[in-house]
Design a protein around this ligand. Structure first.
Ligand code: NAD
Length: 469
């Protein structure tokens, strides 16, 4: 066979230049042998994942306490329960998901069988971020296993205790021929990405998303990108300020604001801002006491770099609530900023911390125009006691998901797809959507060998008689 550039590159890798060639090739062997295709194997691996969550619960709690002082309740809800729920859902539905889907036929194919087979892609790479360091690796993994793939997972190096736990413990539960963990940062990930995968699932920043997409393009590998951005929250006049404030503070301060889906900033009228401010102050005190630094229910910022980044954002507008920081602990108090200009840093980058700017607008039209003038976010939120207003914002904006009168909760349903649009992402997952994401939908038509005389109508020569039919 002729040796093109690609083949030459593969040869140099095979000569040992890329450290992951052997790993990828051993997983490919397992894939070709069909090990992960059987329903029994998929079930056994999903059950093993469930056992990992159950038996290593304390280790998971400890690792996340060490990484970012994540409160145990938040770990149980957003890291353990969420994954367990996905495991159970996949186990309960796997047999029906895997069934071929028979489709409508036309006159010519009446005697035949036409169906969609959900085929596994093959060898999949899952790359995760640090903010939900277990969930954002394991929920995609549930989908990849359910769909019958072999998988390499690459957790974030920033959440190092969780990374260590995943690397040391998870492989003892899963079939080592088919599933592997790779640890390391950008350099390691780049080396991994030089290899040919059959599907890549990336969760992280839009900036790195572009790097991953460019690497995938080299092999024409399909991918899902779960990215971030600034999620706007419009609060209409005349809704109960305390209910709004409770839900906003919970959504903004869960995991100390380090949540891709968190409400990033509020848009409301000056009149609503005046009612909302004391209600926000009240909610913060109710949730975290007079000094949130002493609350066991408030996490810390993941790294010095992110601490400094968030601290710098406090210079946008003016601090109306909170604003205290403690570098030693990487603590940033729940903070509300007022009078922030759209051009200031807090309105230019994803905040990813417990800081909520409020921007005043004259009315809902202005809020919608503001939202639509920016990149399409992972979520748009609206609080309004009048349902018509909720629907108007839904109709006139675009985002990965939409939340009416609450924040974050849309991600708790396995029946809803989770994903972004535009710069907030490409593709979606959770529940059956994960299974579909990690499956190639193979179009199959099995024809009948009989009735050849009828088939002859489409064969040349295309006589006048055939043309006239
Ligand atoms: P990140 O993009 O810096 O890192 C994500 C992963 O990519 C890590 O595993 C990291 O090791 C790797 N990586 C980093 N730089 C790389 C490079 N140059 N080349 C190759 N790989 C590289 O993201 P992060 O800081 O870990 O996470 C925060 C971001 O993730 C935020 O933007 C947030 O909105 C987003 N996020 C999105 C979702 C979602 O579901 N849409 C969920 C959580 C976080």
């Amino acid at each position: 066979a002729p040796k093109g550039g690609d083949t030459a590159k593969m040869d140099s890798k095979a000569a040992g230049m890329n450290p992951f060639v052997d790993l990828v090739s051993s997983l490919r062997t397992a894939w070709v042998e069909g090990k992960t295709r059987t329903i029994e194997h998929r079930i056994s691996q999903l059950e093993a994942l469930g056992r990992f969550l159950d038996e290593k619960k304390q280790h998971i709690l400890d690792a996340m306490a060490s990484d970012m002082r994540k409160p145990p309740f938040e770990v149980e809800l957003s890291e353990i329960f969420l994954v367990q729920n996905e495991v159970n859902h996949a186990l309960n539905n796997l047999a029906s998901w895997m069934k071929d889907k028979f489709v409508d036929k036309n006159l010519v194919t009446q005697m035949d069988t036409a169906f969609i087979r959900r085929d596994p892609y093959g060898v999949v790479l899952i790359i995760g971020p640090w903010n939900y360091p277990l969930q954002l690796i394991l929920v995609p993994l549930v989908g990849a296993i359910a769909a019958g793939n072999c998988v390499i997972i690459k957790p974030s190096e920033i959440s190092s205790s969780t990374e260590k736990l995943i690397a040391e413990s998870l492989p003892t539960y899963l079939d080592k021929d088919c599933f592997a963990v790779v640890t390391g940062g950008p350099e390691v990930t780049s080396q991994l990405l030089e290899n040919k995968f059959d599907y890549i699932f990336f969760t992280g920043s839009p900036h790195v998303g572009k790097v991953v997409m460019a690497a995938a393009a080299q092999h024409l590998t399909p991918l899902t990108l779960e990215l971030g951005g600034k999620n706007p929250c419009y609060v209409a006049d005349k809704c109960d300020p305390q209910t709004v404030a409770n839900r906003l503070v919970w959504g903004r301060c869960f995991n100390a604001g380090q949540t891709c889906l968190a409400p990033d900033y509020v848009l409301c009228s000056l009149e609503t801002q005046e009612k909302l401010l004391p209600a926000l102050r009240h909610a913060i005190t109710e949730f975290f006491g007079p000094n949130p630094q002493e609350s066991p229910d408030f996490a810390r910022i993941i790294s010095d770099r992110h601490f400094q980044r968030i601290q710098a954002l406090l210079g946008s507008g003016r601090v109306a609530i909170g604003g205290q920081t403690d570098e030693k602990e990487r603590y940033v108090a729940p903070t509300v900023l007022l009078d922030v200009q759209p051009s200031e840093p807090a309105m230019q980058e994803e905040i990813f911390g417990p800081v909520l700017p409020i921007i005043t607008v004259a009315n809902m039209d202005e809020a919608i125009a503001f939202i639509n003038s920016r990149e399409r976010p992972l979520a748009v939120y609206v609080f309004a006691s009048n349902n018509k207003l909720v629907h108007q914002v839904l109709e006139r904006t675009s985002s990965g998901s939409f939340g009416g009168n609450d924040a974050l909760m849309q991600m708790m349903l396995v029946s809803l797809p989770f994903g972004g649009i535009g710069t907030s992402g490409l593709g979606s997952y959770h529940g059956k959507f994960s299974f579909d994401t990690f499956s190639h939908h193979r179009a199959c038509l099995l024809r009948n060998m009989g009735l050849e005389a009828m088939n002859a109508l489409r064969y040349p020569p295309y006589t006048d008689r055939k043309m006239g039919m």
